[in-house]
Ligand binder design. Structure first.
Ligand code: SF4
Length: 443
């Protein structure tokens, strides 16, 4: 068998795309290797959401180039969002590349590799097919190995929101949902193979059902139907967009025990002028109202978010509004970034007016503020019993297993006679950052 080395940057969608490519290539005669030097095919699945990720990718290809020079039969491919955004231009920077392929062609990876082997020519594949529905067909032979206790399932791709700072609508295209029957069938297969938890995945997951389906199903209805799949113990979804959050979806948190008590709900800023400039389509008050409605229907729900500081024109008092909103919500964790312009986005046309030193200082303050909020949230678990789905072995000293509680905190635990996939009660003894530590109670 030939060997493929796969490297993945960026979000969970990219991780899922890489897993899919691995599976399709497996069916086409490739096994995965973790040694680049042995590979017949190297694929780097890229991200262009931030400048830093791009720089890392270019530096990685600088290291891969000598392998190609040593072995001209090696196929070197760059896939994902950077491929979609830059397309042919990448060949100018890196003429040694064999394949440049956008995320819309993941299903065709084996075909692309075969064609390059046959013709010996580089291939750039970054077109969109707007007519094509979003489908991830089930393969006849099950994938090798087991899916783990917690598995991701793509349900929608793309985004129609065009937030001013974001490349996703340009790299992933418009929102397209997968047919519900295809999703149920994939989940049933995963549960049959041992998965206990399913995380429904998409850039804008709660826009599910609006476009690209022959048989449209609203997102909340999809949740109710997935919850009925026998053998499934836990259900989550990510990432959500505040404006697409419906009352029915909030009620799903109240009604479905299987829907875990956590929501990742990006807010980006706590200031109305900045939110408006970002084209987020909601105010800080509307976001807070949504959060309080959620908290009243799902008491104890943990909320996490994404935050950008130093957006063009952000003043100190506008930045302070973000800290205030964080406090009001009490996020258990946040992904926090300082703004960097992304080529091709509307915000990139604005003067990047906040000095780097100020951005850095605001980011530091945001990180410190979140650390305080996380500590406050962690304390409410101390000495309490939480239910943990065990995902695997812990590498933390003194603990045997690791998993997650319903609120999506990482939990390390000690306990005998356990295995991945078990759901156990754990007494929380201590915490560190967004991690809880404890011991399994006798079952
Ligand atoms: S909703 Fe999210 S993915 Fe869509 S444009 Fe805005 S930030 Fe990007």
């Amino acid at each position: 068998m030939k060997e493929v080395y796969l490297d993945t940057f960026g979000c969970q969608m990219n991780v899922a795309d890489s897993e899919r490519m691995e599976l399709l290539l497996f069916h086409s005669g490739y096994t995965r290797t973790h040694e680049k030097e042995n590979a017949d095919l190297i694929l780097v699945n890229t991200c262009s959401i931030r400048e830093k990720a791009e720089q890392k990718i270019f530096s990685l290809f600088g290291h891969l180039k000598p392998l190609k020079e040593k072995n001209p039969d090696l196929i070197l491919g760059l896939t994902g969002c950077l491929a979609q955004q830059e397309g042919e231009r990448l060949l100018g920077k890196m003429p040694f590349l064999d394949l440049i392929m956008g995320p819309d062609h993941v299903e065709d990876i084996a075909l692309a590799v075969d064609r390059i082997r046959q013709t010996g020519e580089s291939m750039v594949w970054s077109t969109w097919d707007e007519r094509k529905n979003y489908s991830i067909p089930t393969l006849e032979a099950p994938p090798p190995g087991n899916p783990g206790a917690s598995a991701f399932v793509n349900i929608i791709k793309g985004c129609d929101k065009f937030c001013s700072f974001c490349v996703v609508p340009f790299t992933r295209g418009r929102e397209k949902s997968r047919e519900a029957e295809e999703i149920y069938s994939e989940i049933r297969q995963l549960v049959d193979r041992g998965a206990k938890e399913i995380i429904l995945l998409g850039q804008n997951v709660n826009a599910y059902g609006k476009r690209g389906m022959n048989d449209p199903v609203p997102f909340h209805e999809l949740l109710y139907r997935v919850a009925e799949i026998p053998g499934l113990s836990r259900l989550r979804f990510t990432t959500s967009y505040p404006r697409d959050f419906t009352r029915e979806l909030i009620l799903a948190y109240r009604d479905l025990d299987i829907l875990m008590n956590h929501l990742h709900l990006p807010v980006q800023s706590g200031n109305d002028r900045i939110l408006n400039d970002m084209r987020r389509g909601h105010t800080a008050r509307e976001y807070l109202d949504l959060v309080s409605e959620l908290k009243s229907e799902a008491p104890g729900i943990a909320l996490s978010t994404d935050i950008i500081v130093g957006y063009p024109g952000e003043t100190e008092s506008e930045f302070q509004d973000t800290l205030k909103l964080m406090e009001q919500v009490g996020f258990s964790s946040s992904f926090m970034f300082s703004y960097s312009p992304r080529p091709g986005t509307p915000a990139a046309l604005l003067a990047d007016s906040v000095p780097e030193a100020v951005k850095h200082e605001r980011l530091q303050k945001t990180l410190e503020h979140q650390a305080r909020l996380t500590e406050r949230e962690a304390r409410r678990f101390l000495g309490k019993d939480v239910e943990v789905l065990i995902e695997g072995r812990s590498s933390k000293n003194g603990y045997e297993w690791k998993g997650r509680n319903p609120e999506y905190w990482r939990v390390h635990l000690s306990g005998a006679s356990l295995k991945a996939g078990d759901i156990v009660k754990v007494r929380v003894d201590e915490f560190s950052g967004h991690t809880l530590m404890g011991h399994a109670l006798d079952q």
